[in-house]
Write a protein of this length. Sequence first.
Length: 155
Amino acid sequence: MNLLIIVLVFLGMEGVTWFTHKYVMHGFLWKLHHDHHDHRLHDSEWEKNDLFFVIFAIPSILLILAGSIYSMPYCWQIGTGVAMYGAAYFLVHDVFIHQRIKWLRDSENPYFRALRRAHKMHHKHISKEEGECFGMLMVPLKYFKKEFNTEIKQS
């Protein structure tokens, strides 16, 4: 049961991420997210946008503590699912897509290429309006079609 809750929370976090990215980060907290879209706004490796990792980690930490210390039902499982999604987000978004750590640069996997292309489309918009592809792990089907059509043509 514990593993099921963790997996369901992990999967549900994609919807939370999409909503938060579209309506919070591209909404009333655009001031913190803007430098992620326009790199001319910062002169270091760090962005104001990096504060979102702290903001999103706090509920996860509190849930894990509440479940572990106070034995509150399902809290540590929910907090663990959120934390695992946060780790996946870091690996996919910061390491793979934005190459903050130079790993997996030349992946030929169609899913990873579609993921990178979808994120590139998200970043083509410098303003907070008219965005697209607000999720992280779920890639719109049209980007998969482009990857598979490219592979078929090259064969």
